[in-house]
Design a binder for this molecule. Structure first.
Ligand code: XMP
Length: 332
């Protein structure tokens, strides 16, 4: 019989078998429900031989990293957490890059390099000197879901829509063995497993946010200034959607900065020549298909007024009214 308890028992057993009696693992924690549930399952299976690693790649939303650290402490049954600040590393690697797939591959590769470094640091702390040998036995836990696998082409190179940072975006010379207990599940099932495992609602019902973060929501080159602009606009959109009580009705609402587009505007009696922002609110069950969300006009109006008033350089707010297919949820 297929119940959430059975899924949990079965996965815990599989994880135990894969990692073995004395293996250690690190879990790539993103703050979202997928990696939190994956971490909680592995924690059940191997206890404190798991260390969670949260990488701040500088592509997170406003105040998000602090919120994640806070939420984590109460959520995964006391697992260890290491926070790595890698903003400079990611922004340097992304400098000058505009192609969406190239951005995804760079971010996926840099994630792995940071995890390798974290793993070596952890081993050194535990007194294991030969980092190279030990690393070969290291396991990396990821919250990869079934749709991530399908849309990244299932690893066999067919039908690649996007290289998800944790599937098609992985480097070829990966030294970790992957542990992916959610690989056969859809998001709603992961949420059910998370609830069953006792994770707080704050995590279980968190809206999806892509691993590559705002890096794939800036159309054009990713720079610190553009990230700050996008963070400000995104924070306003999220705040107003939350105030309107729409968080559970919509799947997520990417806010996209068209950094290479400019249009003429007027504020007071000044001419402006700024960038447009795109709001992309969607409804969905599993992100494989989606519809654009019919957010009430007064909410859209409030978001538009606030963004153009409060965010420098943004003089136009547009609404994406495309379903998936033909559009994808993220713009890159
Ligand atoms: P798309 O844009 O493919 O997005 O329609 C489907 C869902 O997946 C999220 N997404 C990602 N999540 N790593 C992730 O963890 C990724 O590389 C990635 N790309 C897209 C997206 O936010 C949406 O919920």
């Amino acid at each position: 019989e297929w119940t959430m308890s059975n899924v949990i028992d079965e996965q815990v057993e599989l994880i135990r078998n894969q990692i073995g009696e004395d293996g250690t693992a690190i879990c790539a924690l993103s703050g979202g429900v997928d990696s939190a549930v994956a971490a909680a399952l592995v924690q059940r299976a191997i206890g404190d031989r798991l260390t969670c690693v949260y990488v701040n790649h500088g592509l997170m939303r406003l105040r998000e990293s602090e919120e994640i650290e806070r939420a984590f402490s109460g959520s995964t049954g006391g697992a260890k957490l290491v926070v790595v600040d890698a903003e400079e590393r990611f922004l340097t690697a992304l400098a000058g890059v505009t192609d969406p797939e190239q951005k995804r591959k760079i971010i996926g590769r840099e994630f792995i390099r940071v995890f390798e470094q974290a793993q070596e640091d952890i081993l050194r702390e535990q007194g294991v000197v030969d980092g190279g040998e030990a690393r070969r036995k290291a396991f990396l836990v990821q919250g990869t879901l079934y749709p991530d696998v399908v849309e990244s082409g299932g690893g066999d190179g067919t039908s690649n829509i996007k290289s998800h940072h944790n599937v098609g975006g992985l480097p070829d010379d990966l030294t970790f063995e992957l542990v992916e207990p959610l690989r056969q599940l859809f998001k709603d099932e992961v949420r059910a497993v998370g609830s069953q495992l006792g994770l707080p609602d704050e995590i279980v019902w968190r809206q999806p946010f892509p691993g590559p973060g705002l890096g794939i929501r800036i159309i054009g080159e990713v720079t610190k200034d553009r990230l700050d602009t996008l963070r400000a606009a995104d924070a306003i959109a999220r705040e107003e959607l939350t105030l309107a009580g729409l968080d559970r009705d919509i799947w997520q609402c990417p806010v996209v900065l068209l950094a290479d587009v400019r249009s003429v505007g007027v504020q007071g009696d000044h001419r402006t020549y700024g960038h447009p922002i795109v709001l992309r609110p969607v409804t969905s069950d599993d992100a494989m298909t989606a519809d654009w969300a019919k957010v009430p006009y007064d909410v859209l109006s409030k978001i538009s007024t606030r963004i153009t008033n409060e965010v420098d350089d943004i003089n136009r707010v547009t609404l994406d009214v495309t379903s998936k297919p033909p559009g994808t949820i993220e713009w890159e």
